[in-house]
Design a protein around this ligand. Sequence first.
Ligand SMILES: [Zn+2]
Length: 155
Amino acid sequence: MKYTIKAHPTKYNGVKFRSRLEARWAAFFDLCLWDWEYEPIDLDGWVPDFRVTFPCSHSECSGSHSLLVEIKPYYSISEFQGHPCTRYAFGFCDDGPTRIEIPADASASFGVNPSVTEFEMCHGHGGGIYDISGWVDGARELWKTAGNKVQWLPK
Ligand SMILES: [Zn+2]
């Protein structure tokens, strides 16, 4: 996969991110009041960009959900195909007889904006495939605001 988008290290909230896109996601999570950690853990073959935690008020959930998130400058979810971030639906992956669990409800793929997001997790008495829009009101506006917070300004 060749990127046509150049990664530009960007500082936000005291953290230096590898790309402006990652910094923008951090700003977005703040606007959503989601807790986030940057590069929280090294998994075998994958260093997730974020671990995020967000509230869930469903009576059958424990009050929140968590995701290990990969950020890529992709315009389509299908571009994530084959990446480890697609492997841990419901927080685990069966590798032959071995079950590998991650410290989150699911792995997640987040692209160039909130409409390019996907994760599969338990929720309520079931679960399924979700994107950001089901969990954040006004994601489009918040994404614009997040962009303003990390925009490049000439010194
Ligand atoms: Zn839930």
